[in-house]
Design a protein around this ligand. Structure first.
Ligand SMILES: Cc1ncc(COP(=O)(O)O)c(C=O)c1O
Length: 381
């Protein structure tokens, strides 16, 4: 599939909306939307007569997500949110009061509170590594906080405010030799950056459907190394924990031997099949192509803003689909964060107030015209 064909998946009715907060909530692809329509129609018409088909369709979706992430589908469990998937790991493991859990000081709350709560419950200590002064997240700084007590390191691959990245393959290599768990939130990267779960080597990744995976809100997922499956106690337990064991008088059932043991019951079929369709679409186009295009658009935006006098809260030559910017503090009084936000909102451009400035995050489906329009709106006469 060509890049233009990919872009056409997102050319919906022209309401004059410009979508530049894809790190928040991206547009849903046509392929994903078609799945939702298809399944709701079948549920409406067929009810139980489509029971086997919908279950099979959810498994096909699991395979598409697994393939995109370089994992085995038996390693994939669906949840309702990223926080749900992270919570499964945080509360499914047993920590001792002498343990330490290490995170960055700039993690999104869904990748912070589960670890904090796991520490509160067990008495373990939460250590928050200090990011570099420019907001970057170099591995050395994280590793300098590791002690003999470190039991688990939980970081985002790509940070939500500025797109700062942690070298998770090197992290996994470091942690593995010390028996430390590595759990990575990949929601801000998967779908846009090439990723291969097995070669990266972390123990678990968690993510969600509605950002770079161009799918509706409502699916979180956990991908867990096969050899770690048995270490994690299922948090939610129900009929589906035990596969085909439907007989409530038989209490001898064992949980399933793959990651679906973490899915206690019926699933959100519409959202899961939509996610599967988008994962398939992304692979048909090629993640690399999408990455190049999103980076190109972000680069035009970043350089345009720089030339208009904005400060970019990212190093020179930074490559990411995230652009975090504001006016220099000395001039910000006449056109501060709030005024910039107002100008964007007035012109129907989605954005986020994040970290030191405002965050814009083009996806590969955006056009150069979107970027030029945003730059015109942000021009101060
Ligand atoms: C790093 C990161 N993790 C997770 C999420 C979403 O979490 P949840 O699916 O729990 O709402 C976001 C969304 O902004 C995020 O940026």
């Amino acid at each position: 599939m060509s890049l233009n064909q990919f872009k056409r998946q997102f050319s919906v009715s022209n309401q004059g909306l410009i979508h530049l907060n894809n790190a928040g909530l991206s547009l849903t692809s046509k392929s994903a939307a078609d799945q939702v329509r298809y399944w709701v129609e079948r549920f409406q018409q067929e009810g139980m007569h489509c029971n086997d088909d919908y279950m099979e369709a959810a498994e096909v979706a699991r395979k598409h997500l697994a393939k995109l992430a370089g994992a085995d589908s038996k390693e994939v469990a669906f949840f309702q949110s990223t926080a749900g998937a992270i919570s499964q790991v945080a509360f499914g493991l047993e920590f001792k009061a002498s343990d330490e859990i290490l995170v960055w000081d700039q993690e999104y709350a869904s990748n912070l509170y589960p670890w904090k709560a796991a520490c509160d419950r067990s008495g373990a200590k939460l250590i928050r590594a200090t990011s570099a002064s420019d907001g970057s997240t170099p591995l050395e700084k994280l590793i300098s906080c590791v002690t003999d007590k470190t039991k688990l390191i939980a970081v985002s691959w790509v940070q939500f405010q500025t797109g700062a990245m942690t070298d998770i393959a090197a992290l996994a290599e470091f942690a593995k030799s010390r028996g430390i768990w590595t759990v990575v939130d990949v929601i801000q990267g998967l779908g846009l950056l090439p990723f291969d779960f097995h070669s990266v080597g972390v123990d678990a990744v968690c993510g969600g459907s509605h950002k770079w995976l161009v799918s509706p809100v409502g699916v979180g997922f956990l991908i867990l190394k096969k050899e770690r499956l048995a270490d994690l106690k299922p948090l939610s337990v129900g009929a589906m924990t035990y596969g085909s064991c439907d007989d409530p008088s038989d209490l001898s059932c064992l949980p399933k031997f793959d990651a679906t043991r973490f899915e206690a019951g019926a699933k959100q079929v519409l959202e899961i099949t939509a996610l599967g369709a988008s994962c398939k679409l992304i692979q048909a186009c090629g993640v690399e192509l999408l990455q190049v295009e999103a980076y190109r658009l972000a680069h035009i935006l970043r350089e345009g803003l720089r030339s208009q006098g904005y400060v970019i809260y990212q190093p020179l030559n930074f490559q990411q689909a995230f652009v975090n910017f504001a006016l220099p503090p000395s001039t910000a009084s006449d056109f501060g964060r709030e005024q910039i936000a107002h100008a964007l909102a007035q012109n129907k451009i989605s954005y986020a107030l994040r970290g030191p400035g405002l965050r814009l995050s083009p996806h590969a489906f955006n056009s150069e015209q979107d970027i030029e329009f945003a730059l015109r709106v942000l021009k101060r006469s």
